[in-house]
Write a protein that binds this ligand. Sequence first.
Ligand SMILES: Nc1ncnc2c1ncn2[C@@H]1O[C@H](COP(=O)(O)OP(=O)(O)OP(=O)(O)O)[C@@H](O)[C@H]1O
Length: 476
Amino acid sequence: MTETTRTDVSRVVIVDDDRAIRWVLERALAQPDLEVECIERADTALERLLSDPPQVLVTDIRMPGIDGLDLMSRVREAHPDLPVIVMTAHSDLDSAVASYQGGAFEYLPKPFDVDEALALVRRAVAHARERQRPVSVPEGLNAEIIGEAPAMQEVFRAIGRLSHSHITVLINGESGTGKERVAQALHQHSPRAGKPFIALNMAAIPRDLIESELFGHEKGAFTGAGAQRQGRFEQANGGTLFLDEIGDMPAETQTRLLRVLADGEFYRVGGHTSVKVDVRIIAATHQNLESLVAEGRFREDLFHRLNVIRVHLPRLAERREDIPRLTRHFLAEAAKELATDVKVLTQAAETHLTKLPWPGNVRQLENICRWLTVMASGREILIEDLPPELRTLGASPEGTHGDWRTAFRGWADHALAEGHTHLLEEAVPDFERILIETALKHTGGRKGEAAELLGWGRNTLTRKLKTLLPALADEA
Ligand SMILES: Nc1ncnc2c1ncn2[C@@H]1O[C@H](COP(=O)(O)OP(=O)(O)OP(=O)(O)O)[C@@H](O)[C@H]1O
């Protein structure tokens, strides 16, 4: 074909079994410098692509016969430099990453906007000669990340794009938005996948132990250092070190970290021989590091070292469209964990959940799903089954408290006036039941932790459950 050899016109082949998509793309790409050819079936497309490769291939994943990923790998065997844009409605991480591992140029989630599609094709044309490195397909995903919201698609795209690299990443997002999840996914889809992923939360360890946690210590380095101990840096050697809440890192540690990042080596606390390591750093914070830098609380040079690639995780309230899928996922997980049947949300309850403010983000939703799995009486979850503070939209927790002692006094007065006796027998079980239910809600149904919250031994809680809440007593 003469057109394909003309340098000013690039041929783009679109493969999709959906006529509407072909139509939309054909229109979007109707540009003087592009020539568009639409093909309905992947097997027809294969022959055509092998004999006459275009400049760019845009393909759907799910199609009858051979699918898009298959098509892509077969075409690329013959034409390894052909950039491919993979579209999919099943916009989950698996397919995104699978497409990158196959060597795709980009990933376009449906529904897309036409300008975005055009911009991608243009980039693919411009990068047609871009080098593609072969990578081995990673182990199966164990950090499934749910997210169809556009902001999450950006996150997946970043994971895909970074899957060949060892680059430092800084993840930003409120508590419970999934920062650690994303860090794990970045690790699993990196060349370091087979090596350790070590996480350390700066906010969770006492300040004076941070250095020894990170760098280890020699025997006798300080009181209590009875033996030599490896730090997280050594444990993570060859792999990834995830530093959560990096904004809470003490100033001295920041200085040391900076030196390690620059030199690739460090000394254990109390040690005199340097230890060499090869560690990829992924850092996360819910704080605004730029402001911390401006306030002099975070070293600017360290900030620039960490801030190479930035991934932002939106609040759950900014991706409400993901709430139904997340809820189903967490209900299924909770049922597995608690070895019980999976609860399902009624439409009304689902709609209600998508409208709540979710200050605790995905983690709060996950805990509620555990609570519902334990507490809801039927298989179907109604709005009435939700914990009281979630039943009314936008209700503030303060509004639901009141002064319970006053109410309780009123109850006692009233009961006595009505001639009740043995008030303790009546009140104490209710009192305990309410505390138990609330503690279980907070721990997502985990009894050991609930017992701790209540200040009971685990056996006491088991005994109390038998009499007060027999329905919950049997599970381990
Ligand atoms: N998109 C998602 N799909 C499935 N599970 C998720 C998703 N996001 C978060 N989770 C789950 O929600 C919980 C909280 O996520 P994670 O611990 O990664 O949050 P975080 O932002 O690191 O929180 P923190 O800053 O408080 O440490 C985890 O159990 C995680 O597995």
